[in-house]
Design a protein around this ligand. Structure first.
Ligand SMILES: NC(=O)c1ccc[n+]([C@@H]2O[C@H](COP(=O)([O-])OP(=O)(O)OC[C@H]3O[C@@H](n4cnc5c(N)ncnc54)[C@H](O)[C@@H]3O)[C@@H](O)[C@H]2O)c1
Length: 438
């Protein structure tokens, strides 16, 4: 099939590459000239495990091309995916200007029947709005389908190639057939393609992300209770996770969820609820708790340094909002960096993939180093903000010898409490007892 993907960011590039990988002819469109030039010359623009190999192979086979010209990109396509940003507007609702802007342009340039697919996360009713924006100028038939994307950054290629399910919202039999053909290679193991109406598909995506954000937040609240009552959240997690109704996944407490999806999608669902005069109370609480959680370690750090962080130096391991990505949108580390700098501290940070992105944001306000151990030189304490695998079994003797104080503030519960006790660290984690050798 001939496919156009409009918007070549995390979702668009993965979508385009994976469809090319199953033999389709794909053109990705983006307004960012630098991005398109880079991709056209064979350089990948994001870090996503496994993506580069597929990207290079399909580009070599001429199945994957890039352009800034929308008309040229969609001319021969049978289906057009919209993988455009839907950032929060000033009031927190999803801003549809990118989607509706492209829909408006599409209406003017469509020359034959096409299926236009919303892959972006969009509020209920957007398929109708996209339809209306195209219909304003279109002289040909077309269908608008909602096909929300559930891939996770860090495992996006696997998620796309082997999705748990594909959700498709459409009331058109013609579009349904096209979508079924398109996704058939991805569900050979029997995972379902679930067809529904457009509105239910749109709401499914918000419901999924809001539920997951709630699950994480619930565990963060349990972790708070563990700290106050002297219980161990790891034990509680294992105790409840073995109940099939609860499940083992997404029960790990930490310093809050971040990323480009959960924060904005929870906020957008709350806003959608307000628009229909419904108070979505759980999600209000989820947002509040998560804001607080991002800075959960700060009072503990301050108290260790007797309330004065001026002139103190901190090593930070991990900047990305989660491991295996260079995405730093809403990353808890950024909130901690702001707080530490405001308190007069200095920072040396290391992240395997996200340092360039953070440097673009904060410039030389913090120091970026080449290895996790370089960050420890002359540091008063170590803060762990992202659970990259390489941080899990570090050389503790090296950490001890480089740090001025043997103090670790771990926002991701990477280390064993007994081991920390034996090694004599002051070790603070989330929802577990504080190890204090003094
Ligand atoms: N990132 C994720 O993990 C993820 C997962 C599922 C769903 N989503 C949703 O998918 C959508 C896209 O997210 P993303 O993370 O890929 O965003 P992104 O910011 O990484 O990419 C968006 C791309 O669209 C381009 N763009 C903007 N206006 C354009 C225009 N008029 N024409 C062509 N290109 C244009 C931008 O230059 C950018 O490259 C959002 O709605 C998001 O909520 C994201």
């Amino acid at each position: 099939m001939k496919i156009a993907v409009v918007g070549t960011g995390y979702v668009g590039l993965v979508t385009g590459t994976c469809f090319a990988e199953t033999g389709n002819q794909v053109i990705c469109v983006d307004i960012d000239h630098r991005k398109v030039d880079k991709l056209s010359s064979g350089q990948i623009t994001i870090y996503e495990p496994g993506l580069e190999k597929l990207f290079l192979r399909n580009q070599k086979e001429n199945r994957l091309q890039f352009t800034t010209n929308l008309e040229e990109g969609v001319k021969d396509a049978q289906v057009i995916f919209l993988a455009l940003p839907t950032p929060p507007g000033e009031d927190g609702s999803a801003d549809l200007k990118y989607i509706l802007g492209v829909a408006d342009d599409l209406g003017k340039i469509l020359k034959d029947y096409k299926v236009i697919i919303d892959k972006s996360t969009v509020p209920v009713g957007t398929a109708d709005k996209v339809h209306a924006a195209i219909a304003k100028n279109a002289t040909v038939e077309f269908d608008v389908v909602s096909n929300p994307e559930f891939l996770r950054e860090g495992v996006a290629v696997d998620d796309f190639m082997k999705p748990d399910r594909v959700v498709i919202g459409t009331s058109s039999e013609r579009a349904k057939k096209t979508m079924n053909d398109l996704y058939a290679p991805f569900v050979r193991q029997g995972n379902p393609i679930i067809f529904m109406d457009e509105k239910s598909a749109e709401l499914t995506k918000y419901a999924a992300n809001s539920f997951l954000a709630t699950k994480i937040t619930f565990m963060n609240e349990i972790a708070q209770m563990c700290e106050l009552l002297g219980a161990d959240v790891d034990m509680v997690r294992r105790g409840i996770g073995s109940d099939e109704r609860i499940g083992k996944r997404f029960l790990f407490p930490g310093i809050g969820y971040g990323g480009s999806c959960f924060p904005k999608d929870v906020q957008a669902l709350v806003k959608s609820a307000q628009e229909v005069k419904y108070e979505f109370k759980i999600l209000d609480a989820v947002m509040d708790v998560n804001e607080r959680q991002k800075l959960h370690l700060m009072p503990k750090i301050k108290s260790y340094f007797k309330g004065d962080l001026k002139g103190k130096r901190f090593a930070i391991w991990g900047l990305a909002f989660k491991p295996n990505t260079d995405d730093i949108r809403e990353a808890p580390a950024l909130y901690m960096i702001d707080e530490l700098l405001a308190a007069g501290a200095s920072i040396a940070a290391f992240d395997p993939e996200a340092m360039n992105n953070v440097q673009q944001l904060v410039g030389d306000k913090i120091t970026f180093v080449h290895s996790q151990y370089d960050a420890l030189h002359n540091a008063d304490a170590l803060i762990i903000a992202t659970e990259w695998s390489e941080f899990r079994t570090p050389e503790f003797a090296r950490i001890s010898s480089l740090l001025k104080n043997k103090a670790i503030f771990d926002g991701r519960n990477l280390f064993d409490l007994t081991q920390m006790e034996e090694l004599g660290f002051h070790y603070v984690s989330i929802g577990r007892k504080v190890i204090d050798p003094s």
